[in-house]
Design a protein around this ligand. Structure first.
Ligand code: C5P
Length: 415
């Protein structure tokens, strides 16, 4: 599933130094097979030339309200009518003010006024202009009318001063766009999905822990794909160095016990649980409250207690579609089958633990009690997209069969 494929996006660029960042957004949306029509205000052209956007989108850049198109329909009317989404990035204080007042004195403001498509706005400006009551009131007005207006980031501005006014990074803007399109068109729109990611840290003393090599890459990619499919996603994340996907609710945890509490909490009212985290099976029996010292030449014995099996504890939740992962070093399929059954799962994703943990690529085998198939080695985002497609198909079948675990699903599920 690629929520951007064949979507028509009108990208309005206003006059801010942040306009250069949006060139990368235009490129990435185009590479993801969206059709991107860039509209530049006169001020925007003082910062970046139309040729940059034209080269990246492979489409003419629109700058002139009075340029007569070949079909004879005045540009702004057809622009707004055929678009799936208008994105204004960067949105200046001036453009926000004109939009709030309903002024339509250039191609962008006129297209916004004439459209029925959703509008996503990413303000970027001097921090004092952003906190000014006029700007804040304009943003509140636009939000009240249904426009999605993002918060700018805090940090060093071009001036240079520090404050809130920076345009979010292109990847974050793309995430917000995917989320918005997903909520309107995605197969999981209206659904709540919980994804766990990363490993856990089980403390030995205040400075040491037992952990594993999980990087969180696969879980983060799964969360992004579930978001693109339109779900409200809660990502329960163990410690990782990754930036979470945009438009996803993140709950950070460290230990398995902490993760269990967070998962139980997040699963209230959820439809799907994707348990990708590499949860430590054992934890030190008791945490020592000071740094353990070496005593002579002796080694030390660490007593480990068993952690709860979070997925296993969810077996009674027959109203939840459950996806587990089985990372194994041997007997991959046989072990995965046992886990599918024992943990009452609807789907299990088996993979070679050594070849995939902490790495950017993965080869997965998907098992659901009836079907089994192996995908080629691919990047984790590619594998996550295929897995979410499979989850969507089976989730819909499962709903039709009154929410059964894989072992109780009828073999012939097509009727
Ligand atoms: O039993 P095993 O750890 O191999 O099972 C793997 C699956 O169970 C994964 O989906 C993992 O997230 C989940 N799991 C869990 N709680 C544990 C250990 C694993 O939910 N304590």
């Amino acid at each position: 599933m690629n929520i951007l494929r064949d979507k028509q996006i009108l990208l309005g660029v206003c006059g801010s130094i942040a306009a250069y960042k949006v060139a990368e957004l235009a490129r990435n949306l185009t590479l993801a097979e969206a059709r991107v029509d860039v509209v530049m205000t006169a001020a925007a052209q003082q910062f970046v030339g139309p040729a940059t956007f034209q080269a990246l989108t492979r489409r003419p850049v629109l700058t002139d309200m009075w340029a007569l198109p070949e079909d004879g329909v005045v540009g702004h009317v057809s622009l707004g009518a055929h678009t799936d989404l208008i994105v204004i990035a960067p949105a200046t204080a001036n453009t926000l003010a004109r939009l709030a007042a309903g002024i339509s004195d250039d191609l962008l403001t006129t297209a916004v006024l004439a459209t029925r498509a959703p509008v996503l706005c990413a303000p970027a400006m001097n921090p004092n202009m952003y906190v000014n009551a006029a700007t804040q009131e304009n943003i509140a007005t636009l939000r009240r009318r249904g426009m999605l207006v993002l918060e700018p980031n805090e940090g060093l501005m071009a001036e240079p001063v520090t404050g809130r006014g920076r345009l979010p990074e292109p990847a974050a803007l793309e995430g917000e766009i995917r989320a918005l399109l997903g909520r309107r068109h995605g197969p999981l729109r209206g659904r709540r999905v919980v994804v766990t990611a990363g490993g856990t840290h089980e403390p030995i003393d205040p400075v040491r822990f037992i952990g594993n090599r999980s990087s969180g890459q696969m879980g983060y990619a799964m969360a992004a794909c579930a978001r693109d499919a339109g779900a409200h996603v809660t990502l329960v994340s163990g410690p990782t160095a990754l930036t979470p996907p945009a438009a996803v609710e993140v709950v950070r945890v460290d230990t398995a016990l902490h993760m269990r509490d967070a998962v139980l909490d997040a699963c209230t009212g959820a439809d799907i649980l994707i348990m990708n985290a590499a949860v430590a099976d054992f934890r030190p029996g008791h945490m020592i409250d000071h740094k353990i010292k070496k005593t002579g030449e002796e080694g030390m014995i660490l007593h480990l207690a068993l952690n709860p099996d979070i997925l296993g504890e969810m077996a009674h939740r027959r109203d939840l579609f459950k996806v587990g992962f089985a990372a194994e070093t041997d007997d991959l399929i046989a072990n995965a089958r046992v886990k599918l059954e024992r943990k009452g799962l609807n789907l299990i994703i088996a993979n070679d633990a050594v070849a995939s943990i902490g790495r950017p690529d993965i080869q997965v085998t998907i098992l659901d009690g009836v079907e089994i198939y192996t995908l080629p080695i691919q990047t984790k985002p590619q594998a996550a997209a295929t897995i979410i497609d499979e989850v969507v198909q089976r989730f819909n079948r499962w709903l039709a069969h009154a929410r059964l675990p894989a072992s109780e699903m009828p073999a012939d599920t097509d009727e």
